[in-house]
Ligand binder design. Structure first.
Ligand code: ATP
Length: 861
């Protein structure tokens, strides 16, 4: 099938024959065949680094290279055993680094797979939803507002179609599309008005289009290489990168000073060099960035299992800072199962002999379709209407109603007008039907007293928590031009109203009260009537007497400054247009808040982007809102946001825990080696000891800390200030004083063991290793003592600590390891002494928690 490039110059009939397709698309078997021929409709991923390159990448660290060089040189001039073991340790370190990076990549990949979109396409003559990856040239797809265009399409039919092509052309104003053939050679994609391109967004209207190019053959595919950059670093990663650079310089300075001091003391050059370089390698926290990436991406994986899909990794770490959740009502707080509970028909000259005017409105003025099993499919408000009709009419009667009044035009629903109109042929006349919010319909009624009465009675229903829809219509002699249709919404006759309820989700009440104890303010933003909104907000615990409700109109009348002064008192926003959500986010941010905002429609995109955490709906959400969001709720449920915040807080806490752990251990190594000469002690540790401790402590226990369960009172803590330093809340002090304590017990051991004539060096080596293990057990919680927390509650950590302990015992007691590690078996007294010293560190950290708790209580009083 040779395809010409200029699809826009051809009419659709030509293209159908060229692509061997037709209005109703392809058959399943043909599309399958083409899928094999053309491949999936996906942009090629950037070629992944092969595993061996990833592994080699571990050696590009400058200090590691120096260490290897120093080891080789000192092997040539002195002892080869040391050289070999150091090289082995370097390789083991690289293996660990490789495994960590590989896991992080895999975790990110599996997340990406979850965000694939679906497209409505004609297959075997039926409109079905298929994964967008499976589209092939020749497919006919249906687009509607909110969709992302799944492939390059030649448009066949358009209804008020507008497409935002900014991702392709940079043009941010949505473009009006049409179907007519275009002249002109080599038009830019931006000028090809009868085409819709993959990756652009439908902001308005509907269309059908013929797929002319998929995957890398599409316009975006041709420039795809430009788009495949690495994701930017998260704020935490950036801070860690800056901090890592600073700390490396400091450590290098200290190690250089140690080296110079050693030479000045008259020590041999190579052993001192090796010691200083080993210390630098051990103390520079080079594993931290990879560990943070793993913690974030594994965290994102856990969030996905909890039905919160992370689209942008920084969201994982910032979830814990959320102070406001601004949420939609329908579907998020409620079940999105509308049921009509009250009907109030207004008697008026009937248009049809068989049906009342209200029945015509209920039965005809909507976009619901019956599926193969005869169940109504569509938007929940409208489904409720059709379900109601199906209680009054049989399916056959309902279908004959639709056939007797064929629809010939529509002005679609939009949430700023809050109404929709449809036009139907009745003999040689046209019936116009309109339905919408009571005030949106009453304002266009012919008779003012009907309008007044409608508003009054609707208010009463709304107070009960019902959504009220009013119906109206009129007869026209003929249907004017499409551009005029919207102006026909005036001078209508009133047909009646219905009230429907959408019960709150059961679990939401609990989630809201959890928010409150966690210092998070839940706020409802809805397009619904204020009375309906308040009733539901009250039922779930968002609104109580005395809280402020603001309507969209009131909000529109407030200046930015006045609104910012009020924004913290408002708990319900009603009759708000989606565009106004952006103002709410901005006002909250101006007051220093960190806001999560939910949304599902096209017009929600700006506020989702601007929110600190934009949350799109996985089920009801449009592609446009998903594109703009940081997080997608797979179950559209408010409680999932709260669960995600809890998980976010846990992930951040655990990151702080392993940073605290690693930095303290590294500090202890520096203090020990650095202070010994001042105390007149011989070098306490050999290079291999330092490297060994670094290898076993940095990697496994630290990674296992990322698994730590949430602190018991995690949702009783206030949100974390977003700019808070990693070293706030005593973390910095902890690193310094516990590091010094570890060094203190180690150096005391050295002093005491030398006096007693014990195997001092093996003891020093073991005390440092064991006290780090004691530390990791204590650092598992900031506030809870180990025995209260449950010794067994983090099994991976227990496994890591257990195996590290056994390895250390092996290094002490296995005869073949003794010469390699220059260790000697300790007798029972020496071993117990070493264990006892290490336990001091553990208990000191436990004591720190008790003191902090007391201190915190006093502060609260
Ligand atoms: P929420 O924010 O709670 O999800 P919503 O987004 O459903 O509310 P909109 O969809 O903006 O709110 O609807 C606003 C109002 O428009 C509704 O209260 C209702 O009166 C009216 N309305 C909703 N759906 C339709 C529809 N399909 N046809 C006509 N009017 C509608």
């Amino acid at each position: 099938m040779a395809l010409d490039v200029h699809f826009y110059q051809k009419n659709t009939t030509e293209l159908f024959s060229e692509l061997k397709s037709q209005n109703l698309g392809l058959s399943s078997s043909e599309s399958q065949k083409r899928l094999e021929e053309f491949g999936p409709n996906a942009l090629q991923e950037k070629k992944k680094k092969p595993a061996w390159l990833l592994f080699l990448g571990q050696f590009k660290d400058f200090m590691i290279l120096i260490l290897a060089a120093a080891a080789v040189i000192s092997g040539i001039v002195g002892d080869l055993t040391d050289t070999i073991i150091i090289l082995v340790i370097i390789v083991l370190n690289a293996v660990l680094g490789f495994v960590q990076e590989y896991r992080a990549e895999k975790a990110m990949d599996s997340l990406k797979k979850l965000t694939e979109t679906q497209t409505k396409v004609f297959r075997d003559g039926q409109l079905v939803a298929v994964p967008s990856r499976e589209l092939v040239p020749g497919d006919v797809v249906a687009l509607e507002a909110g969709n992302m265009v799944p492939a390059d399409l030649r448009l066949i039919e358009t209804f008020s179609l507008k497409v935002d092509e900014s991702s392709l052309t940079g043009e941010s104003v949505p473009i009006d599309k049409q179907t007519g053939v275009l002249e002109g050679e080599n038009l830019n994609p931006g000028d090809q008005l009868n085409m819709a391109f993959k990756g652009t967004l439908v902001t308005n209207g509907r269309a059908t289009g013929l797929v002319v190019a998929t995957g890398m053959k599409t316009q975006i595919g041709k420039i795809a290489s430009m788009l495949q950059e690495n994701p930017p670093l998260t704020p935490l990663q950036q801070r860690m990168q800056r901090f890592g650079k600073l700390i490396s310089v400091i450590i290098l300075g200290i190690c250089a000073a140690l080296f110079i001091a050693g030479i000045a003391r008259g020590e041999e050059i190579f052993p001192v060099l090796l010691l200083s370089v080993s210390l630098a390698v051990a103390a520079i926290p080079e594993a931290l960035p990879a560990l943070i990436t793993i913690a974030l991406s594994l965290g994102a994986g856990r969030l996905a299992k909890k039905k919160a899909l992370i689209r942008k990794l920084p969201a994982v770490e910032s979830l814990g800072s959320v102070t406001y959740i601004c949420t939609d009502k329908t579907g998020t707080l409620t079940q999105n199962k509308m049921t009509v509970t009250e009907v109030d028909a207004f008697h008026h000259t009937p248009i049809s002999a068989e049906y009342s005017n209200l029945q015509l409105g209920l039965g005809l003025c909507h976009d619901v379709h019956l599926d193969k099993k005869g169940r109504p499919e569509g938007e929940s408000t409208e489904v409720a209407l059709v379900e109601r009709m199906l209680q009054e009419l049989t399916k056959e009667q309902y279908q004959s109603l639709i056939q007797s009044f064929p629809r010939i035009g529509e002005v679609p629903f939009d949430s700023s007008r809050k109404r929709m109109s449809t036009f139907h042929q009745v003999g040689d006349q046209v019936l116009m039907l309109c339905k919408g919010a009571p005030e949106a319909v009453s304002s266009i009624l012919k008779k003012k007293e009907q309008a007044f009465q409608l508003q009054e009675s609707a208010e009463g229903w709304a107070k009960k928590g019902e959504r009220v829809l009013a119906f109206a219509g009129k007869i026209l002699d003929q249907l004017p031009e499409e551009a005029e249709w919207i102006n026909l919404e005036s001078e209508l006759d009133y047909y009646g109203k219905v009230g429907m309820i959408d019960p709150p989700r059961e679990e939401v009440k609990l989630a809201i009260s959890e928010c409150r104890t966690a210092g998070i303010h839940p706020v409802m933003i809805t397009g619904d009537h204020p009375a309906t909104a308040r009733a539901i907000a009250n039922a779930v615990g968002i609104w109580k007497k005395g809280d402020v409700t603001l309507t969209g109109t009131e909000l529109g009348n407030l200046s930015d400054e006045d609104f910012a002064n009020q924004v913290e008192n408002v708990s319900v926003y009603a009759r708000v247009a989606p565009e106004q959500k952006l103002r709410i986010v901005k006002a909250l941010q101006q007051k220093g808040h960190f806001a999560a905002m939910t949304g599902d429609g096209v017009n929600d995109a700006p506020s989702l982007k601007a929110a600190n955490i934009g949350v799109a709906m996985g089920i009801a959400g449009t592609d446009v809102s998903k594109e703009a969001a940081h997080m997608i709720l797979l179950d559209d449920n408010f409680s999932t946001i709260v669960r995600a915040i809890k998980e976010g807080r846990r992930i951040y806490d655990n990151i702080v825990k392993f940073i605290k752990y690693i930095m303290t251990c590294n500090g202890a190594e520096i203090w020990t080696i650095g202070l010994a000469p001042f105390l007149g002690f011989p070098n306490p540790l050999l290079p291999i000891h330092i490297l060994w401790i670094n290898l076993v402590t940095d990697g496994l226990p630290a990674l296992a800390l990322a698994n730590e369960r949430p602190e018991k009172d995690i949702m009783q803590q206030p949100p974390r200030p977003p700019k808070q330093s990693l070293f706030a809340n005593g973390v910095g002090y902890h690193i310094v004083w516990v590091g010094m304590l570890m060094a203190g017990v180690t150096l005391f051991t050295q002093y005491w063991a030398i006096r007693q004539g014990w195997h001092w060096q093996t003891m020093v080596f073991s005390v440092l290793a064991f006290s780090q293990l004691g530390h990791v057990m204590a650092v598992r919680s900031d506030r809870t003592l180990l025995w209260q927390q449950g010794f067994l509650s983090n099994k991976p950590l227990l496994l890591a600590v257990g195996s590290t302990f056994l390895l250390q015992m092996g290094v002490i007691y296995l005869p073949f390891l003794n010469p390699i590690f220059r260790t000697e078996p300790l007798d029972l007294q020496e071993l117990l002494f070493s264990g006892g010293m290490a336990l001091i560190v553990f208990h000191a950290v436990e004591l720190e928690k008790i003191i902090r708790r007391r201190f915190a209580h006093r502060l609260h009083r």
